[in-house]
Each structure stands twice: as C-alpha cells, then as structure tokens.
Design a protein around this ligand. Structure first.
Ligand code: PHE
Length: 355
C-alpha cells in the first residue's frame, strides 16, 4: 500500500461517517456505529496495524496521517453525541415542565368485605363483650346433629319444616346452625355462652327473600337461672345495636322442637318502614330471630343435666339482617357475583370496619 492509496481510503471512511451522522438519531445507534468504525475489527484499526508494514522512512508520516484522521473522526462522533444528549435532556425537561401535580390521581377501586360478613363481625363484637365464645361447625352435618339431637326424630313431622339437601353419603348440608349447639355442649359442658355464625342450606324455591344458601348466627347461653326475660332483653339490645337505631319488635309464639317455649321475634321491615313490600311479603314485618328456652331433651343430648341447668337459644337470620341494614331488597343479589348492586352496601360495610 502506498501513501496515496491510504489517503483515498481514509477519505472514504470520513465520507462514510459524514453520511451516517444524520441517520444516527439515538445514543445507542451512535454507539453501534462507533464500534463498527473505531472498534478492534473496524477499518481504522486495520490502518493502525498496517503502519509497521511501511518502509521505515515513511512510517512517521503514515502514522501522523492515520492518527490525525482517527482523531478527526472521533471528534466528529463526539460532537454528534453531545448534540444527541442535549436533545434527550431537552425532551426530559419538557416532560417535567408539562407534568401537572395538581391533576387528580388514578382512581383505584377499594376492596371491601361482603355486607353479610360486616354484620357478622359487628354481632361477634357485641357478643364477645358479653362473654360469648365464637364457634364454628361443619357445613356437611350428620342426621344426628342436624335433627335427632335437636329433638327431631326420623318420623317427626318437623323434618318437613326444613327442606333438606340430602347427600349420597347419608349426611346432610346443615339446614340451620343449631347442630353446633350440641357440639358446643359436648365440647364445653355447662355453664356455656357461645355464638356460632355459619352458612346453612335449604332446598328452597328462590324468591326475593329465599335462597338455597344463607347465613345464620346461632346463640346459646346455659346457666343456673336463665329465663325467657334474659332472652328478650338481649334480643332488643342486639337488634338495636346492629341497626344503630331503636327497632320495633313483635313477639309471637313459635314452634321449634328443640325449644320450649319457642318464640318468633320479628322486626319491622326496614326496607319499606313497615308499609309492606316484596321483601317482607307485604306484611311489614320480617322474621329475624327465632328463639326459645332449650328443650330438656336437647340438654340431655348435649350431656347436660336439665334439672340443674337452663338455657336459651336463638337462630338469628344474619342474611336477612344484612339486607335490612343495607337496604338490599333481593336476597339473590348477595350471591349473584355481580358487585355493582353491592357497591353501596360495601361502602357502608367499609365505614363500619374503619370505625
Ligand atoms: N334453627 C332454627 C331455624 O333455622 C332457628 C332457631 C334456633 C329456633 C334456635 C329456636 C332456637 O329455623
């Protein structure tokens, strides 16, 4: 190679650089191009290596030429890098200048508990204060606990009062939370104060106030001198506390084989204010708290001596109470999986939790 050829080739490289610069729009693109031209395997490195092949008297000049061209190219690329960096900084500044910290933030939907759960927690708090323990029992229950131990033998007509889901294994889906009365008596004996929130199942025709699954809260208190007056006083306190207002109650005799006497406590319908609506079947009242004094046979089944102890039991309709509290007109809304109708109720439920 002679010096003339070397110079032409260096000219070509410089032209290539000049042509490429306008197409290099980002620092990354520039870096890639730089490596291509100035890198170890690039054309300039090849020239640097070739210097030693020139005759000794020409090496100085060749070396100077190659180096000065290399410096020029490096400087050109350097200027372009500065320009690109400035551009990027300008864009960032512009973005920062157009950021408005007073704009409202992105709205995120808050999660909340189900209205039934919210009321359940509220009731639990009231009863824990009164010295009750919270118990749970199985949803798949034996015939013994669901019926027999509760004074409902196999041929008893009361079995038809509760349409039952029978399972292939001979068990039932519990039709009420009352079987846990017996379980609690076996577990703790007397005296006893326990509260059992839980899901129940009945083979029902669905309508605005009937679902095949719903929640109850069973209450059981056994002691030396428990009377029906304790039960009625407690019901009034409980319902008024949960509704956060004085509620009107109606007390009627009721029949349940596991209590004697049995009573039904109804609350004035909070949806229509007692005028009559589909939720209260146009009666103005909702059955909310069936209860009574525990039947001696039931105490016996729970291995408690009925000559020593008396007790009361109630089976609060938790689902119905949640509907009354949050103004939910149709029970089917609660399990339908559509959150929209529950949103208002959920907000209220959230408010209770934050209390
Ligand atoms: N277990 C009854 C029901 O579901 C309610 C109840 C409970 C009645 C306790 C009296 C005492 O219908």
């Amino acid at each position: 190679m002679d010096i003339a050829k070397l110079t032409t080739e260096l000219d070509q490289i410089e032209r290539r650089v000049e042509d490429a610069l306008p197409t290099l729009r980002s620092i990354d693109e520039l870096r890639r191009f730089e490596a291509e031209i100035l890198g170890k395997t690039g054309p300039l490195s090849a020239f640097v290596k070739a210097i030693k092949d020139f005759p000794a008297d020409q090496r100085g000049q060749v070396g100077q030429t190659v180096n000065s061209r290399k410096n020029r190219i490096e400087a050109r690329l350097g200027t372009h890098r500065d320009a690109l960096q400035q551009q990027a900084a300008g864009a960032e500044q512009q973005a920062a200048a157009s950021f408005d910290p007073t704009l409202p933030g992105e709205w995120r939907e808050m999660g909340s508990v189900h209205p039934v759960t919210a009321v359940q927690w509220e009731i639990e708090r009231i009863f824990v204060r009164l010295g009750f323990t919270i118990e749970a029992g199985p949803e798949m229950e034996s015939e013994f606990f669901n019926f027999e131990a509760l004074n409902i033998p196999g041929d008893h007509p009361a079995r038809d009062m509760q349409d039952t889901f029978w399972l292939k294994n001979g068990m039932v889906l519990r039709t009420h939370t009352s079987p846990v009365q017996i379980r609690a008596m076996h577990k703790f004996g007397a005296p006893l104060r326990t509260l059992v929130p839980g899901r129940c199942f009945r083979y029902e025709t669905l309508d605005a106030s009937h679902e095949c699954t719903f929640h109850q809260v069973e209450g059981l208190m056994i002691d030396r001198d428990i009377s029906i007056a304790n039960l009625i006083a407690l019901s009034k306190t409980l319902l008024s506390e949960v509704m956060h207002r004085e509620v009107e109650l109606r007390i009627r005799p009721g029949y349940f084989p596991f209590v004697e006497p049995g009573i039904e406590i109804d609350m004035n319908c909070q949806i229509c204010g007692g005028r009559g609506c589909p939720t209260c079947k146009h009666s103005g009242w909702v059955e909310i708290l069936p209860c009574g004094m525990v039947h001696p046979n039931v105490l016996r089944a729970g291995r408690i001596d009925p000559t020593q102890w008396t007790g009361f039991a109630f089976g609060l309709g938790l689902t119905r109470l949640a509907m009354m509290k949050y103004g939910i007109r149709d029970i089917r809304v609660l399990n339908a999986g559509d959150l929209r109708p529950l949103v208002g109720a959920q907000r209220l439920a959230g408010a209770i939790i934050r209390e």
